[in-house]
Ligand binder design. Structure first.
Ligand SMILES: Nc1nc2c(ncn2[C@@H]2O[C@H](COP(=O)(O)OP(=O)(O)O)[C@@H](O)[C@H]2O)c(=O)[nH]1
Ligand SMILES: [Mg+2]
Length: 300
């Protein structure tokens, strides 16, 4: 199954709901607009965004005399796509570059680092991985497995070591070797734990200060299946760390997908990549229109 099909099947919950309103009567009437707004809210997009999009679409329908719901499907995908913030810089393409990955446990940070390292090597870029998740021995091992799989060296320290010192080491080594892409994995933490968030802020600050030879991007990895809670998480991380952008994982699962839109819209953050599976190749550059077409469906 290709990535687009996988994304589509992952987003099937939202699409089925949207299909229902598009097929119901065909005629665009007051019920249609109410159902559309409800469906967008249920798809995790949030009330404010849902209302704005539905209102704009209603104006467009009046202006262009679109009276059948199937005529509005493309318009909806286009309108939703506009809500995404676009990246000024791609921290994985525009090298040299150092990227720190943050997020809660299980979001997919380590997997994403592994996939990106594999991709960088495939493109002939030099790459180095920093293992700043020194909290658990298993985390270091997991990262080393990904490093071997990708053919990229992993710099880390023993369990319990200060994660900021790992960042220091990896940046130093990258500067010595002229490495193009540095990917640093951090320990997962709950956005509600203020001690751990402070520790993470220190890791980020040390890296930003130490790394003078290349830009540092802080990327939040977010699991698309977490629903509305993902927005609260993203806000906390953004307040504490001043994020640069997002990677949204598990869009091959049973995600509703709207959370990606809500976070990008509300925090003004671009989505750099999306995860659509567990293997090394299951990572794609984010394209807003493709994503929204998968979300809305293409009709029949
Ligand atoms: N289906 C799917 N699973 C993923 C994806 N990304 C990560 N995972 C899985 O999610 C689990 C947690 O990933 P991990 O990278 O260890 O998360 P971390 O705690 O943030 O480092 C693992 O079982 C991964 O295989 C994805 O895009 N799709
Ligand atoms: Mg991890």
């Amino acid at each position: 199954m290709g990535f687009f099909d996988r994304l589509k099947s992952g987003l099937s919950r939202s699409r089925e709901a949207i299909n229902e309103i598009f097929y119901m009567g065909g005629e665009v009437d007051e019920d249609f607009w109410e159902d559309l707004e409800d469906t967008l809210v249920m798809g995790d997009m949030g009330g404010e965004l849902a209302m704005r999009v539905a209102d704009d679409l209603r104006e467009q329908a009046a202006r262009e005399n679109l009276t059948r719901s199937d005529q509005l499907r493309d318009a909806l995908a286009n309108r939703l796509a506009q809500e995404f913030h676009t990246a000024e810089r791609d921290p994985f393409e525009d090298v040299p570059s150092c990227v720190l990955f943050v997020g809660i446990n299980g979001a997919g940070k380590t997997t994403t680092v592994g996939k990106l390292a594999g991709r960088a090597r495939g493109e002939g870029k030099s790459c180095l991985i920093g293992g700043a998740d020194t909290f658990r021995a298993a985390a270091i091992e997991q990262l080393e497995v990904w490093g071997r799989r990708a053919g990229v060296d992993v710099i880390t320290r023993e369990r319990g070591a200060d994660p900021a010192s790992v960042c220091y080491d990896v940046v130093e080594e990258a500067e010595r070797c002229g490495t193009q892409l540095v990917l640093i994995d951090t320990a997962g933490r709950l956005h509600t734990s203020s001690d751990l968030m402070r520790e993470l802020a220190k890791v980020v600050n040390v890296t930003r200060r130490r790394c003078t030879s290349m830009p540092v991007a802080v990327v939040l990895v977010i699991d698309a299946t977490t629903g509305q809670n993902g927005l609260a998480q993203a806000k906390e991380f953004n307040d504490a760390l001043d994020l640069d952008g997002l990677v949204v994982t598990k869009l091959d699962g049973t995600a509703k997908g709207g959370i990606a839109l809500a976070i990008s819209d509300q925090l003004g953050l671009p989505i750099y990549r999306i995860g659509v599976g567990e293997s090394i190749d299951d990572l794609e550059t984010f394209n807003a229109l493709d994503f929204c077409r998968a979300l809305v469906g293409e009709g029949n």
